[in-house]
Design a protein around this ligand. Structure first.
Ligand SMILES: *[C@@H]1O[C@H](CO)[C@@H](O)[C@H](O)[C@H]1NC(C)=O
Ligand SMILES: *[C@@H]1O[C@H](CO)[C@@H](O)[C@H](O)[C@H]1NC(C)=O
Ligand SMILES: *[C@@H]1O[C@H](CO)[C@@H](O)[C@H](O)[C@H]1NC(C)=O
Length: 407
């Protein structure tokens, strides 16, 4: 029985995609064989290359966000030679593989200067135009990790391009070997006054909550933040590896009777869970909410690992199926069951390891995806002659046509 469910899922979804494959609404805005940066001068670039501050093969894009006419891409300092960790790009593409322009300027990218950025993983932009960026504070995680600064949440005003807040996560909420890797911002009022940020610790299985009004943090632990043993054994394009990543993907549902659900999952897992945000926004519930974290429906099966996910204005969740080279969908008005899950895009070349996924604040909304072959990067198998990194987009309403996610 355990084996039938995953096979059914893969076969069912694969047939669906074949019948509608020609309508594939997925587009590639940018693609890179190797990432390069807009250095002040060619001489700066040459110096950085000579002294090892820039080593192209070690630069990988991870997070993506969009605000108006710009996209933002993070490049974490996981291996030596990443000269900048957050960059901007135009939404209207002029070229296929543009240089990344460090944001807001090169001055912010000196590793070890804790006023500036060390290693940014992901960003979440609120509807008032503030980008919340999660900085691990650590360099060379894939080599010899060094914690240069505390993990920090930065707030950057995108109208003025100024850093308006810097909130180090208090050490009591950062455990040994924590990997604080993902975030989602929750704003409800027009002025973004009642703002919270939910932050996932994938290696020490915690959910950290930040409340802007008094700049305070608290942390929940729960057994649903753990990985599943069998789902920690991955095989992707012939590469077998083991990742035991816990709490990772988080997406906010629609407001319903004054409350709002947070859907979440571990990366090495086939299950989706849900908690009401009224629970996690209340610090007095930290040790008193075990039954509030609930399983949502059915398992996605043995190839059902998901990295990032997000929900659009119509209540449709989109999620990166990292072992299936696919983007999945689920209409949150329907039960979370296999027959209501579907695939909106699948490609064994362009969608190898879809890593981040965000939905912007525009009308109509656009889904933005970074695919980055992360397992190949980890094991030094990136082929610099191939296109390895892509910034892709998907129009949600077109994507769900003729799928189980339509209303
Ligand atoms: C550290 O970074 C900040 C922000 O970019 C900058 O203003 C400051 O001058 C830097 N400090 C040093 C010592 O480099
Ligand atoms: C992990 O996956 C590999 C490749 O599919 C397989 O040979 C191995 O038996 C799996 N290990 C476990 C514990 O399931
Ligand atoms: C990708 O899919 C195509 C078409 O289904 C298939 O011919 C090809 O072998 C696949 N390539 C890989 C690397 O899986």
């Amino acid at each position: 029985m355990m084996l039938l469910i995953p096979l059914f899922f893969v076969v069912y979804l694969a047939t669906h995609v074949n019948s509608y494959g020609q309508q594939d609404p997925l587009g590639t805005l940018y693609r890179w064989r190797q990432i390069d940066f807009a250095f002040p001068t060619a001489r700066h670039r040459q110096l950085f290359l000579q002294n090892g501050q820039f080593n192209q093969i070690n630069v990988i894009p991870l997070g993506v966000e969009r605000w108006k006419d710009r996209l933002f891409v993070s490049t974490p300092r996981w291996k030596r030679g990443v000269p900048a960790t957050l960059s901007a790009l135009p939404v209207s593409a002029q070229e296929e593989s543009p240089l990344l322009a460090p944001f807001p300027s090169w001055d912010w990218h000196t590793a070890g200067n804790c006023t500036g950025f060390t290693s940014i993983f992901r960003m979440s932009i609120d509807h008032c135009g503030v980008m919340w960026a999660l900085d691990s504070g650590q360099v060379e995680a894939f080599e010899t990790p060094r914690q240069l600064c505390p993990p920090t949440l930065f707030a950057i005003n995108l109208e003025t391009d100024t850093v308006i807040g810097r909130f180090p996560i208090p050490s009591e909420f950062v455990l040994q070997n924590s990997l604080i890797t993902n975030l989602v911002v929750d704003t409800r009022d027009a002025q973004c006054k009642d703002l919270h940020v939910y932050i996932a610790d994938a290696w020490r299985f915690g959910l950290i909550v930040f409340r802007e009004s008094d700049e305070s943090f608290w942390r929940f632990s729960h057994y649903t933040f753990y990985p599943e043993p069998l789902l920690s054994n991955y095989t992707l394009h012939g590469l077998n590896y083991q990742w035991s990543d816990g709490l990772f993907g988080m997406s906010l549902g629609q407001m319903n009777r004054g409350d709002r659900p947070l859907y979440y999952h571990s990366m090495s897992s086939s299950l989706e869970f849900v908690v009401q945000t009224s629970v996690i926004r209340n610090p007095s519930r930290v040790n008193n909410a075990v039954d509030e974290f609930k399983l949502l429906g059915e398992s996605r099966g043995l190839k059902g690992q998901v990295s990032a996910s997000a929900i659009d204005r119509n209540g449709v969740m989109f999620f990166n199926l990292i072992s299936l080279d696919s983007i999945g969908c689920w209409n949150s008005r329907k039960p979370y069951e296999i027959e209501n899950l579907d695939i909106v895009a699948q490609n064994n070349n362009t969608l190898v390891f879809p890593n981040d996924l965000r939905i912007d604040h525009e009308v109509p909304q656009i889904i933005w995806i970074i695919t980055n072959r992360l397992p190949m990067y980890q094991f030094n198998l990136i082929d610099p002659n191939q296109y390895n990194y892509r910034l892709m987009y998907l129009e949600p309403n077109t994507a769900i046509q003729n799928t189980a996610c339509q209303n």
